[in-house]
Write a protein that binds this ligand. Structure first.
Ligand code: PEP
Length: 262
């Protein structure tokens, strides 16, 4: 079953890069990878909203085999919600993915599981694939509550979806203590939680659905550590922050099969 899951490397650019810089980065990234590498591993970038049109033009114009998406989506369809971006707008820009529940949204914008679930549903309503982010803070990890915390976030995020929708979702396990800190979870830590997430999905939606869902690891991923994470059976790719802002480093992560796992 694991062979059916094409690895996904998704770069979360966060609040970095203007549209000129975004264009340069996406072109450089594509030029650093062969057609075969881009066929073997799905590559996606998640730029700020203001860069999406530029990324769309670059991808369509040069027929780049790179997907793209947004970092957030409104729970509302349209209307008087100043500053919000609706799903239909992202769909029109050709987005494939949208993040839901990134820890920075949960922490700085008080997004709870109900809001994250509404964002997941808004994504499906506009034919976007949500990347549902879950993860524990340091205190929960130290109290050994990480598995229960993350699997509960997954179940809450998927609430009300059909099994077909769940099959298509991407889940990103990102221990909050490892994001942007340089501290990576060990490959065994990543496998433990990614495996438990898949097991929980299997309990709720069945083995076929669980076997189709891609579960990514995220948190200080770089070229030097990706190979050892990707050998784990329940890790299907990575959500990459800082390292995705450097075309060479990101491309090297995509080429993880050429590295020796340490
Ligand atoms: C992220 O923001 O999703 C992330 C994993 O960041 P970093 O790779 O910089 O830790």
């Amino acid at each position: 079953m694991a062979d059916a899951r094409r690895p996904l490397m998704a770069g979360n650019w966060k609040m970095n890069l203007n549209h000129f810089e975004a264009n340069l980065l996406v072109q450089k990234l594509a030029a650093s990878l062969t057609e075969q590498q881009l066929a073997d591993v799905e590559v996606a970038v998640l730029p700020p909203f203001t860069d999406l049109r530029t990324v769309q033009t670059a991808v369509d114009g040069d027929k780049l085999n790179i997907e793209y998406g947004a970092q957030d989506i409104s729970t509302h369809k349209s209307g008087a919600y100043t500053g919000e971006i609706a799903g239909f707008m992202l769909e029109k820009l050709g987005c494939t993915y949208v993040l839901a529940g990134h820890s920075e949204r949960r922490e700085y914008h008080n997004e709870d599981d109900a809001t994250v679930n509404a964002k997941v549903k808004a994504a499906y309503a506009s034919n976007l694939t949500p990347i549902l982010c879950v993860g524990e803070g340091l205190t929960i990890r130290e109290e050994n509550g990480h598995v229960g915390h993350c699997t509960a976030q997954v179940v809450a995020g998927l609430e009300g979806l059909t099994p077909e929708q769940v099959k298509r979702i991407v889940i990103a396990y990102e221990p909050v203590w490892a994001i942007g800190t340089g501290k990576t979870a060990t490959p065994e830590d990543a496998q433990e939680v990614c495996g438990e997430i898949r097991a929980r999905i299997s309990e709720v939606y069945g083995a076929e659905v669980a076997g189709a869902v891609r579960v990514l690891y995220g948190g200080s991923v770089k070229a030097a550590n990706i190979a050892s994470i990707m050998v784990k059976p329940d890790v299907d790719g990575a959500l990459i922050g800082g390292a995705s802002l450097d075309a060479e480093e990101f491309a090297s992560i995509v080429r993880y099969r050429e590295h020796v796992a340490r």
